[in-house]
Design a protein around this ligand. Structure first.
Ligand SMILES: C[S@@+](CC[C@H](N)C(=O)[O-])C[C@H]1O[C@@H](n2cnc3c(N)ncnc32)[C@H](O)[C@@H]1O
Length: 229
């Protein structure tokens, strides 16, 4: 894949979420079927495990925050939180949700900001931890993943909890069927080999502290906790 195409895909993903309708839809997605609600709970458990070493009162960045799905969990963990996303519509949802829950009142450290993962605008090692849920499966090539990982490494001093889609799961078979049997060109939500992702991680001066698999062998969605080497 050439560099222009890679950027094009990352740009398209960003645009895909950059509307009021997309944010409204996403806000409802995990509240829908039992399957989605279970997925929501599983993802929250993985994030909580990934942050288990982070002391109370630490400053954590949730990027991309989407509609603020992880914010109540981060507050339950007694963390100070920056919720950031490239879509202002998503950030707006996250802010309103926090206000409705009465969680952000008086919490001066908590902020809701528009920010792009490739150029966040945050300071070096500003955060004690970062979570990045459900974005890397939109980045099909190493270069894009590495660009994002380098930026997260720059702004974080502690653990970085990242989700991605791994090929080592039975629900990746659907993707393989579409690609190799139906010969479809797929550019988004592409599962990758854990070894490939490990190479991207190492290339960015990071090491893997731990893998967290919500449903081993079954689910493509994997989590990895990263630290500076
Ligand atoms: C699938 S949602 C995940 C949201 C949230 N992490 C969650 O798990 O509910 C993907 C989010 O990534 C955001 N996004 C896409 N490209 C981005 C970029 N380059 N920088 C920051 N956020 C981005 C979108 O606006 C969207 O809110």
């Amino acid at each position: 894949m050439d560099a222009a195409n890679e950027l094009d895909i990352a740009w398209k993903i960003k645009e895909q979420y950059n509307s009021s309708a997309a944010a409204d839809r996403y806000a409802e997605y995990f509240k829908g079927s039992l399957r989605h609600r279970r997925k929501d709970q599983r993802e929250k458990r993985c994030i909580a495990r990934g942050l288990s070493q982070v002391p109370r009162g630490s400053l954590v960045l949730d990027l991309p925050c989407g509609t603020g799905r992880m914010y109540p969990l981060l507050k339950d963990l007694d963390l100070h939180v920056v919720e950031a996303d490239s879509s202002p519509y998503m950030v707006d949802h996250a802010r309103r949700k926090a206000e409705e829950l009465g969680l952000s009142g008086g919490q001066k450290q908590d902020r809701f900001l528009v920010s792009d993962i490739f150029h966040t605008g945050f300071e070096n090692r500003q955060f004690d931890a970062v979570i990045c849920n459900r974005l890397f499966h939109h980045f099909p090539d190493s270069q894009t993943r590495q660009q994002a990982l380098r930026e997260l490494a720059r702004i974080c001093s502690g653990p970085i909890v990242v989700s991605f889609f791994s090929i080592a799961a039975t629900d990746a078979l659907k993707f393989l069927y579409k690609k190799y049997i139906l010969n479809k060109t797929i550019q988004d939500r592409i599962p990758i080999g854990p070894r490939q992702f490990s190479k991207d991680i190492q290339a960015c001066g990071l090491r893997i502290e731990r893998w967290i698999l919500p449903r081993p062998l079954l689910s493509m969605q994997w989590y990895v906790v990263l630290r500076h080497r």
